[in-house]
Design a protein around this ligand. Structure first.
Ligand code: ATP
Length: 325
């Protein structure tokens, strides 16, 4: 299965990166990345631990120097971005930096003062679901609540471009879904969002497009439903044969295969094929396959359900398309 590397050029991109390299000592942490993020799109940057995502994003944010390459963020080279440029960005870093002694509202008020056109503080508190904690000192909040403060600080300045580095780490499932709603709202207002996440379901739900970085290289980029190439998306039919063995077959026509299995097991009135499943590979399945093929260590998944696409319990046998075992 060939990886399609779609290098789409976007006119008037919010982010434009060409030949980006970052060396630490002799090691290429980022090794020649080309990337465009369109204005108004939500772009998910994916990759295993140590792949080079944070380094890339920190260069875009102006926090880190680069070794080589061209970078333009909202039309400005981040290495030369001044305060006016910074005020157009919203940044939610991986680690929290807010003061623990202030209350949520005090901290947000302070940050709002740094921006020319901030959102109303109470509107932001409500958007991140911290109304009940608005008067609480940040030091006393739970990990997930502190993360919501980080997100609130990232959006208070009404950013044109919002960087979210693993924003929902520590969120409970309900808070994560609320956060997704918040991000969709920002997107509908025209905010460009660059998201790094290890939660593949989050990337699939929020992202218009995604890029996969492995070993400092962008190994694939495209619409969420294009990542990994068409072959990686072919459905899998799995069933237990009369001999007790689990069989699986990739096929573009799962209904026809299921009908054939039913006919084989005695016609419409016959026995149901045992343990029958039709599986459509998720972004997580496709991503893990990409990581394996490019020699990256697949990380433990987030809270997404593990698809059974690559796992079978008990004995199994794979079959070629068109041949029922
Ligand atoms: N300040 C630094 N000095 C030396 N090496 C570094 C530095 N920062 C990062 N690296 C190395 O660069 C590589 C890329 O790191 P980076 O933090 O960009 O990865 P990542 O994809 O964001 O990982 P994670 O998913 O764990 O956050 C790693 O091998 C890391 O050890």
């Amino acid at each position: 299965m060939a990886t399609s590397n779609r290098k789409t050029e976007i006119a008037d991109a919010a982010v434009r990166v060409r030949g980006l390299r970052k060396d630490y000592g002799g090691k290429h942490a980022v090794d020649g990345i080309d990337l465009d993020v369109a204005r108004g799109e939500t772009f998910a940057l994916l990759g295993p631990n140590g792949a080079g995502k944070s380094t890339t994003v920190e260069i875009l944010e102006g926090y880190r120097s680069r070794t080589e390459g061209e970078v333009s963020v909202l039309g400005t080279d981040p290495a030369r971005g001044g305060l006016d440029w910074k005020a157009r960005l919203g940044i939610v870093l991986q680690s929290t930096g807010e003061s623990g002694v202030m209350t949520v509202r005090e901290q947000l008020k302070q940050f709002a003062g740094y921006y020319p056109n901030p959102r109303p503080v109470d509107e932001v508190i409500a958007a991140v679901g911290l109304e009940d904690q608005a008067g609480t000192r940040i030091a006393k909040l739970s990990g997930g609540q502190k993360r919501r403060v980080d997100v609130a600080l990232g959006i208070i300045g009404r950013p044109e471009l919002l960087f979210l580095d693993e924003p929902t780490t520590g969120f409970d499932p309900e808070a994560r879904r609320e956060f997704w709603g918040l991000i969709r709202g920002l997107k509908s207002e025209g905010t460009t969002i660059l998201l790094t996440t290890h939660y593949l379901d989050e990337a699939a739900r929020l992202g218009d497009r995604a890029g996969v970085i492995i070993g400092g290289r962008l190994v694939d980029v495209g619409r969420i439903d294009e990542i990994g190439g068409a072959d990686a998306r072919v459905p899998i039919v799995r069933w237990r044969g009369a001999d007790g063995l689990v069989r699986e077959q990739r096929t573009q026509a799962p209904a026809a295969l299921v009908a054939a299995l039913v006919a084989e097991s005695g016609g419409t009135g016959g026995a149901e094929p045992e343990d029958l499943e039709v599986i459509r590979p998720s972004l997580e399945d496709v991503y893990l396959d990409l990581v394996r093929r490019h020699g990256g260590a697949p990380e433990a998944s987030g809270d997404t359900e593990t698809s059974a696409a690559s796992e079978t319990s008990g004995a199994s046998a794979s079959t070629q398309e068109g041949a029922i075992a």
